[in-house]
Design a protein around this ligand. Structure first.
Ligand code: FAD
Length: 469
């Protein structure tokens, strides 16, 4: 049923020769990057019968959600509670729930790595781990092969259709697709954050303190008479400790930007994930900037550990459980596609005839200067759709200009700096991944480019797979 696009069927003899078998492989769909977008893409392509591989530089899946410990899944509902993302995302949540590894939207990192791997293997995806995509070989305006760097040297992967889910648009960049970085005025990108888990936390004591000191936190605001034990059954999210932070900073004992600390509970009792470090003016495509961010992020993390242990009620016996394998990178290249998603689309709750995803998340841009969370932010107006409403993401955002057989999925899709601030969150990355993988399988099956597929066929395939489009 599937075949190579006519332009590079020349590859077949090489692939079939036993001499080349181990270092040159061929697929209908090759997905680069195993973050949440890539796993959704590979799963969806394989489910439609495409011979699919997923190439990942690390030895595990999840991307920012595991390697950078990002949690929770940001809201996938409208402000009135209507679900906006389902399909693959819902299936993943179900598998996590079977392992008791998710509470509301907060999940266990190790469970996510395992569940993602098993879902892809069940669907028939070939995993190609420990492999960096380092370049592409072009045939006219199509990608013929990806070049991978492995411990054994260079390997090659050929496919009819490719999905770039590297988060940085590495494949599209190598293929010469146009892209943008950062904000319009100076190209500066969102700050990076090294996230880490703390264990041994007495959340009951922490919430009792919050209840007694409502002026010291942005959230949660706990009404008198609230039973803290009931709160502990759900996700606990605390942002604040204003005076304690101020005092520790004045004494030189806390060295992080911003006026507050912020964390959220994990499903395991007594564990929280901290989202407070900020490193500004860094570019996640430059190794010298990433090096600086890792060093600075780890310094901020250790300073925060001291603060929590010495100053925060409920944290007296806490310890550092684990930190990200890498610093969290919110934004790098945004590959320019047939439509560029904007903040105006968010505010206008814009709908599109080729919509492949819905969301109501606001334009959440962390100051590129790395100033961290400030008290003043509380009063800043958020760019968001009207209450109860949502916006849609068009399929055209996944179609890069200039490269015929490539789709983009996840945080590097076509958007402005502000538009990206809204759609970069994990539920929409999974919706985009599901759409990209489904479209890639349809295109490979029909022997056409993703730009030429029947969009109605894509939308009905997505609906059949449970997606809300
Ligand atoms: C600090 C921080 C906090 C955030 N907070 C939240 C939050 O609370 N809730 C929420 O929903 N979202 C949050 N986000 C956003 C969200 O986590 C990301 O936008 C989303 O996870 C991106 O998914 P992705 O699959 O597009 O990219 P990534 O997760 O970046 O995945 C890309 C994958 O590709 C691999 N890769 C990259 N380059 C190559 C290559 N050349 N060859 C092979 N493999 C490669 C990477 O190792 C990675 O596995 C946050 C992000 C950050 C950084």
């Amino acid at each position: 049923m599937f075949g190579y696009l006519h332009a590079y069927s020349y590859l077949e003899p090489m692939i079939n020769s036993s001499e080349n078998r181990c270092d040159r492989r061929a697929f209908d769909v090759a997905v680069a990057g195993g973050g949440v977008a890539g796993i959704a893409a590979a799963h969806s392509a394989a489910r439609r019968g495409a011979r699919t591989c997923l190439i990942e530089r690390y030895g595990f899946l999840g991307g920012m959600a595991t390697a950078a410990m990002v949690c929770p899944f940001m809201s996938h509902r409208s402000s009135t509670g209507q679900p906006l993302v389902a399909g693959f995302f819902e299936e993943l949540r179900g598998r996590l729930a079977e392992m008791d590894a998710i509470v509301e939207n907060s999940f266990d990192v190790e469970a996510l790595k395992f569940v993602a791997q098993e879902m892809l293997l069940d669907a028939g995806v070939e995993l190609v781990l420990h492999s960096w995509v380092t370049g592409v070989e072009m045939r006219n305006d199509s990608i013929a092969e990806l070049a991978l760097r492995t411990k054994g040297g260079e390997e090659r992967v050929a496919a009819s259709v490719f999905v770039d889910a590297t988060g940085d648009g590495d494949v599209a960049f190598s293929a010469g697709a146009p892209f943008q970085k950062g904000r319009a005025e100076d190209g500066a990108m969102q700050a990076m954050t090294l996230k880490f888990d703390i264990a041994g936390v007495d959340l009951h004591a922490a919430l009792e303190w919050v209840k007694a000191n409502p002026d010291q936190v942005r959230f949660p605001k706990i009404e008198p008479g609230t039973d803290i034990r009931q709160m502990l059954k759900g996700v606990v999210s605390i942002a604040g400790y204003y005076d304690l932070v101020k005092q520790a900073k004045e004494k030189g004992e806390l060295n992080v930007p911003g006026d507050l600390v912020f964390f959220i509970s994990r499903p395991r009792p007594g564990e929280v994930v901290v989202n407070t470090t900020h490193i500004g003016m860094v570019d996640g495509t430059r190794s010298e900037d990433l090096t600086r961010a890792e060093i600075e992020g780890r310094r901020q993390m250790m300073s925060l550990m001291r603060f929590f242990r010495d100053c925060a009620p409920g944290f007296e016996s806490c310890y550092l459980a684990r930190s990200g394998v890498q610093v969290g990178v919110r934004e790098t290249r945004r590959i320019t596609g047939e439509y560029v998603f904007t903040a105006e689309d968010v505010e206008a709750a814009r709908k599109f005839p080729d919509a492949i995803g819905r969301l109501a998340y606001w334009v959440d841009v962390h100051s590129p200067k790395g100033e961290g969370y400030t008290r003043g932010e509380e009063t800043t107006r958020r760019l968001a759709p009207p209450p109860g409403d949502w916006y849609e993401i068009p399929y055209r955002c996944l179609l890069p200009l200039g490269v015929r057989n490539l789709l983009i999925a996840g945080k590097c899709v076509s958007s402005t700096h502000e538009g990206h601030g809204a759609i970069r969150v994990m539920p929409s990355c999974m919706a985009m991944g599901q759409a990209a993988g489904t479209a890639a399988a349809i295109a490979a099956s029909a022997g056409v480019s993703p730009k030429e597929i029947d969009v109605e066929k894509l939308l009905s395939a997505l609906r059949e797979a449970g997606a809300l489009v």
